[in-house]
Design a protein around this ligand. Structure first.
Ligand code: CTP
Length: 399
């Protein structure tokens, strides 16, 4: 059976020279079993005609918001609702910027803003436009919201230069959509606990000991796991990030509160991903009143917090356990020791001394060490992409 059988795909076509390739994309999507509804921007119609798409898809093609009404559904809302997936290929820098900003000023952008369907975009443009920091910022923003971005290819561009920015081949784009559709429900019915952010340990009513974790990695994992159909419990330290759609969230402050929340759901869980930065120590006593300054020196007495993950490893049954190791040196050695000591299935290790990866940034560069001795190294990538990698590895280990 074709893997897109019965799926309704809204194919957005924007005005780049690669718009002609969208004809083949529409045709291949149809051959894969999808019902394809094309929405073109005005600019796209300068490159390829509506008629071509109508013939290929056997469906009406939308361009104009104000065209004569043929039925009583508001058209952009109807398309937004019927779509199982929205694919924009090629996606110009302009549509990327508008989508990132939430602008809705034509049929395609209104459809995109109104839909709840997963959005997949295939950027194609001149290399300089692609590499422009504002385009990169917009792409990062879209990725953090769960938009799928198909990396452009490198090579000769229509404008006479060469570099990154080419639309990948239609077959590759359609394959991406098929893989996405297949992966979407990979974790259906699975119960996954994700911890995120840092724990904070109070010293007195106004002060605490904390760390630099912002929760970005854990929130990205929780969002992606929910998208793949899992029932997700996110146990989060203080974080300013919005709770991802479809994720149950418990907010905690201290390591012991995090432990209690995780333990309460552990027996039923299929997996635990401990991406939180848990404080290893807490102040021995918490002052009831604000500590006043008196001496030149203040000595804090700290006591050990429980090692949550170690505890889970000790009582592990069916659960797959994934740990993180944030190190500033000897990454491999320390990460492998933690993998064994905490009885994990794999550990995600990174060097947090690098300024472009790790805490409080959108990217991470990691190595994965598996229980069976395998090692996988990854280049610098968006945390949203890394979340997909981690969940793909996890899914492969689930019984
Ligand atoms: N972890 C935990 N409970 C703790 C400390 C860490 O569950 N009290 C988890 C983290 O969420 C992470 C893994 O254990 O998934 C490794 O955390 P890390 O801070 O790198 O290691 P520690 O075990 O604390 O060792 P050290 O601080 O000595 O590096």
């Amino acid at each position: 059976m074709d893997s897109l059988t019965g799926k309704k795909i809204v194919l957005g076509v924007t005005g780049g020279i690669a718009a002609y390739k969208a004809v083949e994309i529409a045709s291949r999507l149809r051959k894969a079993g999808a019902e394809v509804h094309v929405v073109m921007t005005r600019e796209a119609t300068e490159f390829v005609t509506e008629l071509t798409f109508r013939e290929i898809t056997r469906q009406p093609v939308s361009v104009d918001m104000w065209a004569k009404v043929t039925n009583f559904n508001v058209e952009h809302i109807a398309l937004a609702t019927l779509a199982d997936y929205v694919l924009i290929a090629p996606a110009t820098a302009n549509i990327i910027a508008k989508t990132a900003a939430g602008i809705a000023d034509d049929m395609l952008t209104t459809t995109v803003l109104a839909t709840k369907a997963p959005l997949i975009m295939a950027p194609a443009m001149n290399t300089n436009m692609y590499e422009n920091p504002v385009t990169q910022k917009n792409i990062a923003e879209l990725k953090s919201r769960g938009v799928q971005i198909i990396e452009p290819a490198s090579g000769a561009l229509a404008c006479g230069t060469s570099g990154k920015g080419r639309l990948p081949e239609p077959a590759e784009i359609v394959q991406y959509v098929m893989d996405f559709a297949a992966g979407e429900q990979r974790l259906k019915g699975r119960k996954i606990i994700v911890t995120a952010g840092g724990t904070v340990e109070p010293l007195d009513p106004v002060r605490y000991l904390g760390n630099r974790s912002t929760g970005k990695m854990g929130y990205a994992i929780a969002a992606e796991a929910a998208k793949q159909g899992a029932e997700v419990l996110l146990v989060s330290g203080p974080s300013n990030l919005p709770v991802p759609t479809g994720v149950q969230t418990v907010r905690i402050q201290t390591a012991r509160e995090m432990q209690a929340a995780v333990q309460a759901a552990y027996a039923e869980a299929d997996a635990v991903i401990m991406s939180a930065a848990v404080a290893d120590y807490r102040p021995k006593t918490v002052a009831a009143e604000k500590i006043k300054k008196s001496e030149d020196e203040l000595v804090l007495h700290l006591e050990r917090n429980p090692d949550i993950l170690y505890g889970l490893g000790q009582t592990k049954a069916q659960q797959i356990l994934v740990g993180f190791a944030a190190e500033t040196c000897n990454v491999e050695e320390y990460a492998k020791k933690k993998l064994v000591k905490k009885n994990l299935d794999f550990i995600v290790a990174n060097d947090v001394s690098a300024s472009d990866a790790g805490f409080a940034v959108d990217n991470n560069r990691v190595q994965l060490y598996f229980r069976d001795g395998r090692t996988e190294r990854y280049p610098l990538m968006a945390k949203a992409d890394l979340a997909k990698v981690i969940l793909e590895k996890l899914a492969a280990l689930l019984p």
